[in-house]
Design a protein around this ligand. Structure first.
Ligand code: PLP
Length: 392
């Protein structure tokens, strides 16, 4: 289905992006800086009791780092490369957490030497490495969460451990001279069931209480990860509804005085600020009687659209040649990328409708593509260069 731009962007934002789009060759993403700023403010206003640590992997552009720095937000980082990039902008190390449970000893030392003192863990082996390479640091333990079925892009199976193990690790952390600091979870990205936070917060509460009563350890912090929504084709609740519900879950479990709360939004901060513009390379049929035409574009799974894997994320699609309402005939198509890999099909089960007149050279606009596009783009698969981005 083609989409109305004004459902996703204000008129002025859409015009600003389209004006820039006219100047450059496809494919590219245009990010509207003002929208990123608005989303940062919205996160802060809706979650006044939380600190915002941007999950850099969603989009590591320098312009976005500057926006987060200007707003005095923090960063959740996963590698030394991300650290170098953020540090080069002069970010205060106290506003950085090392949020990857999978890390080399040398990487832990690199973060520690740069002044970072907050580390996640979910295993004995990693905890021992943190104790050795980051003496005295604050450690928080990531727990497994439910919610894989209701998140469009699940994140909760690979990372985290069972609550029992989390408690063991926090007790061990203290014995190893580290500061047992808190608990983290990630309910899955683009999580549509707000109830997923309820269960996770209740588990965190049990960990806080048991550690206090049995080990005299007072945890200080809950890191609630990301999972907050961006606007794609399938509707979600508003951020305000997420915030009100999550606040209610927290107060139910922790009462009026909450521990330190950190949120790590990625998608919800940057996705809606972006539009990915692509060009139709070819339109064809597989047989004379085939019902669906194939539309090949100059982006695919390997050039920024990896989240179409399994058709997980369904981006709103807009086509200049035929705005909805013009009455032009449209038809269901299969949409695929330009590379010589047969996995490079964006949407085959889910059928977008495109104008019957669609032809080579027409431009397609994928909305809400500011997150997990440029950062996922292959460097040189089939020689295609990485996806470019421009800021307005
Ligand atoms: C990817 C990631 C995030 C961001 O998640 P979104 O759903 O994009 O907001 C936050 N925290 C951690 C640890 C992550 O890996």
């Amino acid at each position: 289905m083609l989409t109305q731009p004004l459902k996703y962007y204000s008129q002025s934002t859409f015009e600003r992006i389209c004006a820039k789009a006219k100047e450059v060759e496809t494919p590219f993403v245009i990010i509207d800086s003002a929208t990123v700023e608005d989303h940062f403010d919205a996160l802060r206003n809706n979650f006044p009791w939380a600190e915002i640590y941007y999950a850099l992997k969603a989009n590591p552009a320098h312009e976005i780092i500057d926006i987060v720095n200007n707003k005095e937000g923090g960063f959740d980082l996963a590698s030394t490369y991300e650290l170098d990039r953020v540090i080069s902008h002069g970010t205060d190390p106290d506003l950085i957490s090392y949020g990857n449970t999978i890390k080399k000893r040398a990487d832990i030392k690199y973060f520690y030497d740069a002044g970072i003192r907050m580390f996640v863990t979910d295993s004995d082996a990693d905890l021992a490495n943190i104790a050795a390479m980051a003496p005295g640091a604050k450690v928080y333990v990531r727990i497994l969460t439910e919610g894989n079925l209701t998140a469009d892009w699940p994140l909760s199976r690979k990372f985290g451990c069972q609550p029992d193990m989390a408690m063991d690790l926090l007790v061990k952390a203290q014995k190893l001279g580290l500061e047992p600091y808190g608990v983290s979870f990630h309910v899955g990205s683009q999580q549509r069931d707000i109830g997923a936070w309820d269960g996770a917060i209740a588990t965190v509460k049990v960990i806080f209480e048991r550690l206090k009563s049995e080990n005299n350890i007072e945890l200080q912090m809950i890191n609630m990860g990301g999972g907050f929504p961006a606007q794609y084709i399938h509707q979600t609740n508003t951020l305000a509804v997420y915030a009100a519900e999550i606040q209610r879950f927290l107060i139910e479990d922790f009462g009026a005085t909450l521990p330190r709360i950190i949120l790590e939004p990625g998608r919800s901060l940057v996705a809606n600020a972006g539009i990915l513009v692509t060009e139709v390379v070819q339109v064809s049929r597989k047989s004379n009687t085939a019902l669906h035409r194939w539309v090949y574009t100059d982006v695919g799974l390997f050039s920024g659209m990896i989240e179409t894997l399994g058709e997980a994320i369904k981006y709103p699609l807009y086509c200049e040649t035929s705005s909805p309402g013009t009455g032009e005939e449209s038809e269901e198509v299969v949409i695929a990328g330009p590379t010589c890999d047969s996995a490079d099909i964006l949407y085959e089960d889910y059928k977008y409708r495109l104008p019957h007149s669609l032809k080579e050279g027409d431009r397609l606009f994928w909305f809400s593509t500011g997150a997990y596009t440029t950062s996922y783009s292959a460097v040189e698969f089939n020689g295609f260069p990485p996806l470019k981005s421009y800021f307005v």
